[in-house]
Design a protein around this ligand. Structure first.
Ligand code: ZN
Length: 332
């Protein structure tokens, strides 16, 4: 059976000059439908096309006009061709809608190439165990920087509260106003569900913190659905996916799990982008000398002026500067 019908868009992508007048206009793709990218795997994309009970999972590839333009998990796309979702069918992504947010990383801090990990998510859930393993505040700081850079709302999700009191860790983030939720093993997840409802959230966390347990509790059969290899049993389809999106039951929103992401390279984050996430502090830097990074070593930073004048919370300024410094901390 042929994978392509004769009506496939390929004909339009590579028009023969003889049969088609010269034009700079792109094909209009009037018959295209909307979809959302839920997994990316070696040039193949899995999309959800349609709404609610009508939605079907469709395999797709990029159409030629997209060129090298990246398509990532969370992208809203327009798709043509066979969107039936039938076995062996392959649709074509012809357009990527403008992204509302981009969670990005630099491969490492010496690699200037930015890579978008997830598009259009509005919340970054930083999953951290309160004990076993011990929390690593520098990692949390770096995840916060990535969230603020992406203009995403961060959420600290502190697991294993049955093992340790969250207060010490929370006191570190209180002055930044980072929202938080606490869970314990086998405990109730309704507060977390409330925080996830009606939006798309990316969940990150190191192994052992309980992220997979949370994902499985939030979306039963999550990993079977996506086909990620179970590292214990070795069963499941192999994929090289580093992120995949799952719909929460009862229209509760979407979560993106990120099994392959252990750290964020943050070399692309500029001080101005970071302070933009804190409008009150940003306002205090208007009189800063040109090129001021607003860091601790800056001689005439407006943040110091504001602290001295009693106009800024010293703890908030210090916490902001800790985040600023975490950008270039490549020890994780
Ligand atoms: Zn400054």
């Amino acid at each position: 059976m042929s994978r392509y019908s004769e009506h496939d868009q390929e004909h339009y992508d590579r028009p023969r000059r003889r049969t088609r007048p010269r034009t700079k206009e792109r094909p209009t793709y009037d018959d295209a439908v909307d979809g959302v990218v839920v997994t990316v795997d070696r040039g193949r994309f899995t999309l959800w096309v349609g709404e609610g009970d009508e939605a079907v999972k469709v395999m797709a590839m990029k159409a030629r006009p997209l060129g090298r333009k990246g398509v990532v998990v969370g992208d809203r796309v327009r798709v043509v061709g066979d969107t039936s979702g039938a076995d062996g069918s392959l649709a074509r992504i012809v357009e990527v809608h403008e992204r509302t947010a981009m969670l990005r990383r630099t491969a490492d801090d010496d690699d200037p190439v930015e890579r978008v990990i997830v598009a259009n998510a509005s919340q970054l859930v930083i999953v951290t165990a309160l004990a076993d393993p011990e929390p690593r505040p520098r990692l949390i700081d770096r995840a916060l920087v990535a969230a603020y850079d992406a203009r995403m709302q961060p959420l600290l999700c502190l697991t294993k509260a049955d093992l340790a009191d969250p207060e010490i860790l929370l006191s570190t983030y209180r002055s930044l106003g980072v929202p938080w939720v606490v869970t314990q093993r086998g405990g109730d997840l309704s507060e977390l569900r409330d925080r996830l409802r009606g939006r798309t959230s990316v969940m990150i966390g190191h192994s052992g913190v309980g992220k997979s347990t949370l994902v499985n509790a939030l979306v039963p059969d999550a990993h079977r659905e996506v086909g990620v290899v179970n590292t214990v049993t070795g069963r499941g389809r192999h994929t090289s996916t580093s992120a995949f999106m799952l719909e929460l039951p009862d229209g509760g929103g979407w979560i993106v799990d990120t099994p392959g992401i252990r750290s964020f390279g943050l070399a692309h984050v500029q001080p101005e982008q970071l302070i933009g996430a804190f409008p009150d502090l940003d306002e205090m830097t208007e009189e800063c000398p040109r090129g001021c990074t607003h860091g601790t070593d800056e001689p005439e930073c407006g943040l110091d002026v504001a602290v001295t004048a009693g106009e800024a919370d010293p703890e908030r300024v210090e916490s902001f500067r800790r985040l600023l410094a975490a950008r270039s901390d490549s020890s994780y």
